[in-house]
Every structure is written in structure tokens, then in C-alpha cells.
Design a protein around this ligand. Structure first.
Ligand SMILES: *Cc1c(COP(=O)(O)O)cnc(C)c1O
Length: 393
């Protein structure tokens, strides 16, 4: 049974479907429409679309379907829906489940665009959102109430790498009948145990590790067949946030090496974190593998590996952070993550610039904080690059 395959096998073969030509590599079905043999067949397909039948690429496409089936097999959910970007996935999930007057609870430490959807967009339509500190279970307990529609959080937060206790939050949410929605980008599909911990809906920005080469935008929602086909798909297919077949093909290519890449990047991230911890220019080195990380023990139990991201807090503040960034030779200044190329970001002035000083301080986004997405370069080269840049300060 293909369902019994382990992750590495799924990443190479999961969801594959071949045309009458028996092509080895996944085909790109660069078509928006499909031809019917007869008017009767078209009518029947619009009444009920079979598992291997398609109507229009906004509804589904064979290449996109391969990607959806492959990621669902890896994540361990019944089904998945691929979207144009990570934000299209998050917007689709949140908007498809709420109506005016509904209540959501979300962790405060979220990707900026997620805060925009929760506060600005959903707020405009009368959805009430309570924000909590994601690592404080008492706050989750106090915030949920009977009728709370869903809870939403990042399993590992951006950029300060706080690890949320998925199992404990799921227990609190499920007790009031709320859906558990996890933005799982930093955990990666390879190290994720979100479904086993109790997550109902797991979302990835495929732009990150799944593509892994910084080429295309994409997103995906992994959940039960009932959620994907009855709740999310009707919303997505009518509102237009579906993934393009070409991008699905890039993602399928990325997945073949996803496990190897994530493991190599996680190994290097841990080496870098250990090599830099205690450096006189650094107030703090944040990585869940370090014993100094506040959720170190829980992270070890919850994630197979602590991930490919590091945060460095430069003791000299913004000036030191900028001198450090400008002195880097191998590591690039940019804002993507999960790329084969190592990337350094200064969240306070870029990705999280929109937040007030008080909000930044509350989330630990200090003026000296630098987020590092560890790539596939040689670990010793990266350590040497980071150390020479620290020496320039
Ligand atoms: C990048 C990212 C997103 C958004 O994904 P896009 O593909 O850029 O739309 C959402 N959440 C997290 C944690 C991310 O890192």
C-alpha cells in the first residue's frame, strides 16, 4: 500500500500519476480546461467530479493534484489543497470557516500578513479575535470559550523561534470544540508531528522549504477530506487562490530532495548555533537545540529536529546588526527562508517594520535581532563567514 511508505519514499513517489505515455518525470499539465467526450459527460462531471477527473484549473489540475496528494501523504492527512501562496492558504482557511460574530483565538507572535488578515480583514466583517502569548497555556485557557471557532498559531514562531505546545493547545481548543489550525512553516513537513499532536489543519508556505530554491510562491493546506473538499475547496475554487500547475511542478521537484535538504540544513543550523553561543558580540543565540532555549525540552519531544532557523541578538543593537549584515560574504541579506542559500534578515526594519516599538519589544524583536535561515553551504564556511562579520563590528 502506498499509504504505508515512509516519508522519503512518499517525497519521491507519493501522488504520482502518469499519462498514456508513461513519462518518468511528473508532467506539467499546463492547461486551464479539459475536453469532454460528450455533453452528457460534461453534465455528469459538473454534478459529481470523480477522483481523477478535472473541470477547470481553478478547481483542480492533474499536476497540482499530484502535489496535493504527495504533501498529504507526507503530513499524514487524508487530503490537501494547494494555493497560490502561503497567505492564500491562511486567508482561505480562516475566511472559509468564519461568519460575522464568530470568535477566534490566535497567538500574538504571527507573520505580519497573518495579523493583517485577523485584525484588518476579519475584523471588518465582525469576527472577534483574542490574541494570546502562544507559549502561555493559561492565556489559551482563559481566551477560549464555548463556540470559539478555531485557534491559530505558528508551531515555531517567526522570528524569535518560540515553540508552541501543539498537544496542550489542541486539548484546550478541542474541549470547547474549536478547530486547531497550525502555521507549520518553521517546523517543515519533514520534522512536523503536528497531526499526531492534535492539529486539525496544517498550513505551509511552499515558497519556503518545499520549493527550497527560492523560485516560486505557493502554499498548501493539509487536513481531513471533509475539511478540504467540503469547507476549503468550495471557497478556494470560487475565490481564485489556487496554485498554478507550473508552480505545482516546481514544488513536486523540490519535494524529492526535501528530506535531505531539511536534515542537512538542520545539522548546519545546530552547528552554527553551538559555534556562536557565548560570542561576546551576541547577547543571545536562539535555536531550539540549545539547552538555553526556553522550550528546549518540549521542542525535543515535539519535533524530530529543531529546524533550520536561528535568531541572533546582537548586543550592540541596530548599528551592530547592520554592520554585521553588511560584512557578510556568503550569507545573503534577504527575507525569504528555507532556501538553499543562507539568508540573513533584520526583522525590526523589514518583515516586522509595521509593528509599533511596544509590539516589537513584546515579541522580543529587539533592534539587534538578526534572523538566519541556514542553507546548504558548507557548515564551516558559514561559521567562518558569520565570525568574520561579527569581528567587523
Ligand atoms: C512566508 C510565511 C508565510 C506566507 O507565505 P507566502 O508564501 O509568502 O505567502 C506565512 N507564515 C509563515 C510562518 C511564513 O514564514
Amino acid at each position: 500500500m502506498t499509504k504505508d511508505w515512509k516519508t522519503r519514499t512518499q517525497l519521491v513517489h507519493g501522488g504520482s500519476r502518469r499519462s498514456q505515455y508513461g513519462e518518468m518525470a511528473e508532467a506539467i499539465f499546463l492547461t486551464q480546461g479539459f475536453v469532454y467526450d460528450s455533453a452528457e459527460q460534461a453534465e455528469a462531471r459538473f454534478i459529481e467530479t470523480g477522483a481523477d477527473e478535472f473541470i477547470y484549473a481553478r478547481y483542480g489540475n492533474p499536476t497540482t493534484r499530484m502535489f496535493e496528494e504527495r504533501i498529504a501523504a507526507v503530513e499524514g492527512t487524508e487530503d490537501a489543497f494547494a494555493t497560490a501562496s502561503g497567505m492564500a492558504a491562511i486567508h482561505g482557511v480562516l475566511t472559509s470557516i468564519v461568519r460575522a460574530g464568530d470568535h477566534l483565538v490566535a497567538a500574538r507572535a504571527l507573520f505580519g500578513s497573518c495579523i493583517y488578515i485577523l485584525e484588518e480583514v476579519l475584523g471588518r466583517f465582525g469576527v472577534e479575535v483574542t490574541f494570546v502569548d502562544g507559549t502561555d497555556l493559561d492565556q489559551w485557557r482563559a481566551a477560549v470559550r464555548p463556540g470559539t471557532k478555531a485557534v491559530f498559531f505558528e508551531s515555531v514562531s517567526n522570528p524569535t523561534l518560540e515553540v508552541a505546545d501543539i498537544g496542550a493547545i489542541a486539548e484546550i481548543a478541542h474541549a470547547v470544540g474549536a478547530l486547531v489550525i497550525v502555521d507549520n512553516v518553521f517546523a517543515t513537513p519533514v520534522f512536523s508531528t503536528a497531526v499526531r499532536q492534535g492539529a486539525d489543519v496544517v498550513i505551509y508556505s511552499a515558497t519556503k522549504h518545499i520549493d527550497g530554491q527560492g523560485r516560486a510562491l505557493g502554499g498548501v493546506v493539509c487536513a481531513s477530506q471533509a475539511f478540504i473538499r467540503k469547507v476549503l475547496e468550495p471557497f478556494m475554487k470560487h475565490t481564485g487562490g489556487s496554485m498554478s500547475p507550473f508552480n505545482a511542478w516546481l514544488m513536486l521537484n523540490g519535494m524529492a530532495t526535501l528530506d535531505l535538504r531539511c536534515r542537512a540544513m538542520a545539522d548546519t543550523a545546530e552547528k552554527i548555533a553551538r559555534a556562536l553561543e557565548g560570542h561576546p558580540q551576541l547577547g543571545r543565540v536562539i535555536h531550539p537545540a540549545l539547552e538555553s532555549h526556553p522550550q528546549h525540552e518540549m521542542a525535543k519531544a515535539q519535533m524530530e529536529r529543531p529546524g533550520t532557523m536561528i535568531a541572533l541578538d546582537l548586543a550592540g543593537g541596530k548599528e551592530a546588526a547592520f554592520r554585521f549584515l553588511d560584512a557578510l560574504r556568503i550569507v545573503k541579506i534577504s527575507n525569504n527562508l528555507g532556501d538553499a542559500r543562507s539568508i540573513a534578515t533584520h526583522p525590526a526594519t523589514t518583515t516586522h517594520q509595521r509593528l509599533s516599538d511596544a509590539q516589537k519589544a513584546h515579541l522580543g524583536i529587539t533592534p539587534g535581532l538578526v534572523r538566519l535561515s541556514v542553507g546548504l553551504e558548507d557548515a564551516d564556511d558559514l561559521i567562518a563567514d558569520l565570525k568574520q562579520a561579527l569581528a567587523v563590528i
